[in-house]
Design a protein around this ligand. Structure first.
Ligand SMILES: C[C@@H](N)C(=O)N[C@H](C)C(=O)O
Ligand SMILES: [Zn+2]
Length: 206
């Protein structure tokens, strides 16, 4: 089926051969526990220059028998607004034990784990990890995707040497190709030469 998109955006599976996805916000395995507004399909979309840079990361990883796995890319503003509504609802702690056991949900924005104006909505930010190219098994990064807590910080003490090495490998590959890491989340990277640095898009992921 032919897919069409806003100008300047591309589907990652059309740009990057073999890219692996697990688009968490299109399903229920996420910190809210249900599909998030604006994710009509489990697709990954980015602005074209960011996707081109990611292709270079993937090409280099393949030489090491590794690949990228994408958890989130472009995120419509309506999804961010859904996060904001969810954070205000004190009663809903369905996914607390799994995703934010030590932090009150009311502080997740303040502490930098979720943004009310996100680089994802500008189409330049991606959440991702590394997988073994043969088995598609995720490398051990020391904490799961979207685990909101100090253990997910790049500087987290108490993670093993292997976990540190895996985080550093992802970080060095992403930085080499123009992405900026984010101190609070080992999985979150923003392409520095943003095409739309001031625009927060709201078209759905479909
Ligand atoms: C929610 C998490 N996956 C994430 O992307 N956090 C940053 C801070 C964001 O919302 O931009
Ligand atoms: Zn992110």
């Amino acid at each position: 089926q032919e897919k069409s998109l806003s100008d300047g955006f591309v589907y990652l599976d059309e740009k990057i051969p073999g890219i692996v996805y697990d688009i968490r916000y299109a399903g229920s395995n996420n910190f809210i526990g249900k599909p998030v507004s604006g994710y009509h399909k489990p697709q990954a979309i980015l602005s074209e220059p960011a996707a081109d840079a990611l292709l270079k990361v993937q090409e280099e990883l393949i030489q090491k028998d590794l690949m990228l796995k994408i958890f989130d890319a472009y995120r419509p503003q309506q999804a961010v607004d859904h996060f904001i509504r969810w954070a205000r609802d004190k009663e809903d702690t369905l996914m607390k034990a799994q995703f934010y056991p030590d932090i009150p949900k009311s502080r997740l924005f303040q502490l930098g784990y979720i943004a009310s104006r996100s680089g994802h909505s500008r189409g330049s930010t991606v959440d991702l990890t590394l997988v073994d190219a043969n088995t598609c098994k995720e490398l051990d990064m020391g904490s799961p995707y979207d685990f909101f807590g100090k253990i997910s910080h790049h500087s987290a003490p108490g993670i093993s040497e292997t976990q540190k090495k895996n985080r550093l490998l992802l970080k060095s590959m992403m930085m080499k190709h123009g992405f900026r890491p984010y101190a609070e989340e080992w999985w979150h990277y923003t392409y520095k030469l943003e095409t739309y640095p001031d625009t927060y898009f709201d078209f759905p992921v479909e």
